[in-house]
Design a protein around this ligand. Structure first.
Ligand SMILES: *Cc1c(COP(=O)(O)O)cnc(C)c1O
Length: 394
């Protein structure tokens, strides 16, 4: 098997030892031990052993991990209960007290909180750089830098980080590179091809794809996955059998969903750009995106994520108009999360209102007139029609 459309359906089938064509849900916390104690030692200690105890592994978790490793072109992968479990576990597998991380100014809000409120308590320093400026990553280097942590396109501003550059400077200096690839999914971007060591996903989003599960993934070398697995054993966020089974089911249609989502988002972005009620549209697939050329170099598709700044004479007016749009859209649901078959829309300044100061929001580029859209697989005519009627209410 070699093409991703085939791999996402067929890789790892051997973990299903039954005759059922579709792997059953292994809803069991524990598994019968072998009477041979030498074998039992292996079951109890081998990385991700699928039939020992749920926190160590599960046959479906192994199957899903095998698919994700093949899609991300890494040696191995580990699945966990949420994207944040994957992020925190992977980072804690790299750094210890006294170490330094170079991260970006804008990250997923949970990741930003992990850096600012958790790691600092454990004496890990983090520098935040402008991801669009390659030199900034070099300038932030310190003798104790252990990790480059990046996210591209980033949340919610859709800034791009130069993957080939980060991959190269990481290799040259022996510093681990890690990227949150949630927004792209492996259909649109495979960072390992640019020399990135570890690829993280919130599988809650595109990989699951139906807004009905939470899961996370860490893709990397066998050695790194083993390290992360050992951390996960004590941190304890194993992926539940049922969520894992839903994820396995979701992955079978990943390529179809993402291709349709890419197409819908491009058309919606181009349409919104022409509206007088929209001040600006930020979408990686538009030639007006300041890093469109870089995106073309490292991405195969431009995702379903876009941001619009609503028009208005003042920021208060923009805010009011954003509220009118949110209230009147009928197909786009006003809900957190992204990457599902249904289109969603959120107001980032409100979503993060409680966790970040207005200064932090300003630094992350979050204006009160900003709306973030996750485009689904509905028919594009209906999506445009929905915006047409909502914008008329302004
Ligand atoms: C949602 C998300 C996460 C966190 O994932 P959970 O599954 O909610 O824990 C991390 N990174 C990005 C980019 C996300 O969108």
């Amino acid at each position: 098997m070699s093409e991703l459309e085939t791999n996402s359906i067929h890789i790892g089938k051997d973990y299903n030892k039954t005759n059922a064509v579709v792997s059953p849900i292994f809803q069991s916390s524990t598994y019968l031990a072998s009477d041979n104690l030498d074998e039992y030692i292996i079951a109890a200690s081998e990385t991700k052993y699928p039939e020992f105890y749920q926190r160590h592994g599960n046959p479906t978790n192994s199957q899903v991990a095998a698919i994700l490793a093949s899609l991300e072109k890494t040696e191995d992968a580990l699945v966990l209960a949420t994207g944040m479990a994957a992020i925190s576990t992977a980072i804690l597998a790299v750094v210890r007290a006294g170490d330094h991380i170079i991260a970006q100014r804008s990250h997923y809000s949970g990741t930003a909180l992990f850096f600012k409120e958790f790691l600092t308590d454990y004496d890990v320093q983090v520098s935040y750089v402008d991801q669009t400026d390659n030199e900034a990553f070099l300038e932030a280097l310190k003798p104790n830098t252990k990790l480059f942590y990046i996210e591209t396109p980033s949340n919610p501003n859709l800034d791009i980080t130069d993957l080939a550059f980060i991959g190269r400077i990481g290799k040259e200096r022996g510093i681990i590179t890690m990227v949150d690839n949630t927004f792209s999914s492996p259909i649109n971007q495979t960072p390992a091809e640019f020399g990135i060591d570890v690829i993280i996903h919130s599988a809650t989003k595109y990989l699951g794809g139906h807004s009905d599960l939470t899961a996370g993934a860490i893709c990397g070398s066998k050695e790194f996955v083993q390290k992360a697995w050992r951390r996960s054993l004590v941190l304890g966020a194993s992926l539940s059998p049922f969520d894992s089974w839903l994820l396995l089911r979701g992955l079978k249609t990943l390529s179809l969903r993402v291709k349709q989502i890419n197409e819908n988002a491009q058309q919606l972005a181009e349409w919104l750009q022409k509206s007088n009620h929209i001040k600006s549209v930020c979408y990686v697939g538009l030639t007006t995106h300041p890093q469109h050329e870089l995106a073309k170099k490292q991405m195969k598709g431009f995702t379903g994520m876009l941001c619009v700044e609503v028009a208005g004479k003042t920021e208060d007016q923009q805010y009011n108009n954003a509220q009118i749009i949110l209230k009147n859209l009928k197909i786009f649901a006003n809900a957190a999360s992204l990457g599902g078959v249904e289109s969603l829309i959120v107001h980032p300044a409100s979503m993060w209102g409680g966790h970040h100061s207005s200064q932090q929001k300003k630094e992350a580029g979050i204006n009160r007139g900003l709306l973030r859209i996750s485009v689904g697989i509905e028919h594009i005519n209906d999506l445009i029609q929905d915006f047409t009627q909502a914008l008329k209410k302004i």
